[in-house]
Design a protein around this ligand. Structure first.
Ligand SMILES: [Zn+2]
Length: 457
């Protein structure tokens, strides 16, 4: 058992001083006491908050960050970026995927993310051939999460078509193709290998409405639900306007409206990039209980559009954040951009506060904790008995935090953290980052550098 004494900590009911946590051998919090003595406990080196869930990741895309900012001929939009991504995808092998993913996950931990939802669609070998073990690449993701020490909700992807109308996949999508039968083989293999490990959970992710037919969606969801009735289901839903227009052309409905009419959208669902919403979609989606997965830095980088966050929150909707393409890895930056996009749109400050939470930083941080926890379906997101000890210690010695208390600490982190405030990070009761360094930083970085050199030359 570990005892940790926090000078201050964000508990479910707000900030408290002198919080003593008892953590059992498997990484679960078994006691929380405020106003407690430090005697015999390890002392946290600053304010302690629950680690942020990162609900949307395509780990291999970390290798492309900063490499797709040069304009090409013709229109330089999302679809051009996707072509660059496909070229890289042709060369990634299992070792490279594991190395790049472990590097990414270590960087996530250093930024304050303590769990991740991996929306994993890179299933096959370079020619589209199945590996001997069809779950090979998924097992590399699990191995990378173990190496880095991050909590993982693995979400293997159903991917059958290149576009609406059951358009055949194009050659660059050959590594992604996965029907409901293969999907369940991957699910079963990962569920079996991680069954006794509290760091892991399993879900599924139909890639998008354009990449799966109605019948395939039904088959995958009903088969998966027989063995995993409440496990999460994630889907890309309305990222690009052209995809919304295609959906209207083929179904007569916008994608979110179609999903609400046809997919029994509920609390177990996470709709990634519900960027383009219109009319009653906002209130219907909010009332469904589903979480919206917003990825502000990726959506900005790709020029997707601005999610109507204020209207969605007014309707009672839930949201979480993801770093998606990993152009940057920083929960503070995601939350800051989420707020700033609304400020620029409405020409107004304090856009995403709530009736009970006037601090913008605290409203954003606690909102994303709650939605992210629901989307990843693990006992995380709160410093409370029965939850995982996934903790982020902010650096009390950072001059930017001088004389900050309570929710103002989150305002400072979200809006004024030009240097990373995260000092130490604990996942499941184990320190994985101390004094800003990952426990296995050199080995993980060296392996990733070798993998990048090998796959990018
Ligand atoms: Zn995505």
């Amino acid at each position: 058992m570990t005892s940790l004494h926090c000078p201050s900590a964000l508990l479910p009911d707000g900030w408290f001083h002198n919080v003593r946590l008892e953590i059992d051998y498997d990484g679960t919090i078994i006691s929380v006491e405020s106003g407690a003595a430090e005697f015999g406990a390890e002392r946290a080196a600053g304010p302690v908050v629950p680690g942020m869930p990162n609900l949307h990741s395509h780990s291999f895309q970390r290798a492309l960050a900063g490499r797709t900012e040069r304009a090409g001929p013709g229109s330089d939009d999302f679809w051009t970026w996707r072509e660059v991504m496909y070229k890289f995808v042709d060369r990634v092998d299992p070792d490279a995927l594991r190395a790049v993913t472990a590097w990414l996950y270590a960087d996530m931990l250093k930024a304050g993310y303590t769990s991740v939802g991996e929306f994993h669609y890179l299933h096959h070998g370079p020619e589209g051939e199945s590996y001997d073990d069809p779950a090979e690449m998924s097992h590399q993701i699990v191995a990378a999460a173990k190496a880095a020490g991050i909590g993982l909700t693995h979400l293997p992807v159903l991917y059958a078509y290149g576009g609406f109308g059951e358009e055949p996949p194009n050659p660059s999508q050959r590594r992604f193709v996965c029907d409901p039968d293969l999907l369940m083989r991957i699910v079963d293999s990962i569920a079996l290998s991680t069954a006794d490990d509290t760091q892991f959970a399993i879900g599924i992710a139909p890639h998008s409405l354009r990449a799966a037919s109605d019948d395939m969606l039904d088959a995958a969801i009903s088969t998966f639900s027989k063995s995993h009735a409440e496990a999460p289901i994630h889907i890309h839903v309305a990222e690009q306007l052209s995809e919304v227009e295609d959906c209207v052309l083929h179904t007569g409905l916008r994608p979110v409206a179609w999903a609400l009419d046809n997919l029994e959208i509920s609390e177990r669902w996470c709709l990634i990039h519900a960027t383009h919403l219109a009319g009653s979609e906002i209130s219907r989606l909010a009332n469904s209980g589903a979480v919206v997965g917003i990825c502000p830095t990726t959506e900005a980088n790709l020029g997707d559009g601005i999610f109507p966050a204020r209207s969605f929150l007014d309707a009672g909707g839930s949201f979480g954040i993801g770093s998606d393409s990993h152009i940057t890895i920083d929960p503070a930056e995601e939350l800051r951009l989420l707020e700033y996009a609304q400020r620029l749109l409405y020409r107004h400050r304090y856009m995403l506060t709530t009736d009970t939470q006037p601090s913008v930083g605290a409203a954003l941080y606690t909102g994303a904790l709650k939605g992210g926890t629901q989307a990843l379906a693990r006992p995380i997101g709160e410093i409370a008995v029965g939850k995982r000890a996934d903790l982020v210690v902010l650096d009390e010695a950072n001059i930017m935090l001088t004389e900050f208390e309570g929710d103002a600490i989150l305002d400072a982190w979200v809006f004024a953290s030009h240097a990373n405030f995260v000092k130490d990070v604990m996942v499941g009761g184990q320190w994985v980052v101390q004094d800003g360094r990952h426990q296995d930083e050199e080995a993980i970085t060296d392996a990733a550098r070798e993998a990048l050199s090998r796959t990018l030359t």
